[in-house]
Design a binder for this molecule. Structure first.
Ligand code: SF4
Length: 290
């Protein structure tokens, strides 16, 4: 692992994500090294030639002097890294950011695959209505280990329960959904009592990780290869259309709200979770009409 400490001009980046005004990434790179990581495009912008997951730049920035300047905005920690990678225990850069922005009236969203976020609950609780999202795409710890160098699924679910019991809003981000591997319903059964939102996102294969994932399927799950070829080489949407329908039925059976909207996760909910679908939905709707 190559670790460097670097100075940056600003830790806040204007975000073009539909869900946030600013993104905060206290590190360049991510040692969780997920094989399917969409953020590995960051290598191009940061002149890193090393493999994704084998380098880390630890950011130092000028202190935020007036947190109230950001009142009313939404901030997401961890759009192209995870603010709670193991190295955060030592460098505490995510914690530093929270300390600097403390007191601002912001919508704080944290996305992570770790339970280290529990360390910072003292600060997180001081924001008006924070939301912590844990990504999970399997309950199979072996598959998880083949795909990511992350905290166990069991520990992530435990962290969700702790936060839910403390009335901190929680999301289970079922992402990416691996066709034929991710059992969305098994995961929803396991977590639905501890979350406010369930976000669903399909596996989207592009760039150099497409080759890696297709190789993995060929070597480890060859029975699924025809399915992956039809989805990712021929653009067949039927798997997602069918899954969308099944999730709708699951939601109905369990009296859960099911929406295909980008924003409602910010509205107040308590009680049963809202399922939010982030599949390529306009494409699905068009295909379903044919
Ligand atoms: S945790 Fe997120 S940012 Fe980090 S490697 Fe995995 S997918 Fe990429």
């Amino acid at each position: 692992m190559i670790i460097k400490e670097i100075n940056v001009k600003n830790i806040l980046t204007k975000s073009n994500l539909p869900i946030a005004g600013y993104s905060i990434n206290p590190y360049v790179g991510c040692t969780h090294a997920c094989k399917y990581c969409y953020a590995n495009f960051m290598k191009r912008f940061t002149n890193h030639k090393e493999d994704w997951g084998t380098f880390l730049d630890v950011k130092y920035w000028p202190k935020i002097s007036n947190p109230h300047k950001y009142d009313g905005s939404t901030m997401i920690i961890g759009s192209v890294t995870d603010g709670y990678i193991p190295q955060e225990s030592k460098y505490k850069r995510t914690r530093q950011f929270l300390e600097e922005i403390k007191g601002a009236n912001i919508n704080l969203i944290i996305t992570t695959k770790s339970d280290l976020v529990l360390r910072d609950l003292d600060l997180i609780k001081t924001f008006p209505n924070p939301l912590i999202a844990w990504s999970i795409n399997t309950l199979d710890e072996n598959f998880k280990m083949q795909m990511e160098k992350t905290t166990s699924i069991a520990r992530r679910i435990e962290a969700m329960k702790i936060c839910h019991n403390l009335n901190i809003r929680t999301t289970c981000f079922i992402s990416p959904i691996f066709p034929g591997i991710t059992n969305v319903f098994e995961i929803m059964d396991k977590i639905k009592d501890y979350v406010d939102y369930i976000w669903l996102e399909n596996l989207n294969l592009r760039g150099d990780f497409k080759v890696k994932i297709m190789e993995y399927i060929k070597s480890n799950k060859s029975d699924l290869l025809p399915l992956y070829e039809s989805i990712y080489n021929k653009g067949d949407m039927s798997y997602w259309i069918k899954l969308d329908k099944e999730v709708k039925e699951y939601a109905f059976k369990n009296s859960l709200e099911y929406v295909i909207d980008k924003e409602p996760f910010l509205k107040e909910v308590r009680g049963k979770p809202i399922i939010i679908n982030y599949f390529y939905h306009s494409d699905i709707k068009q295909s379903a009409k044919k």
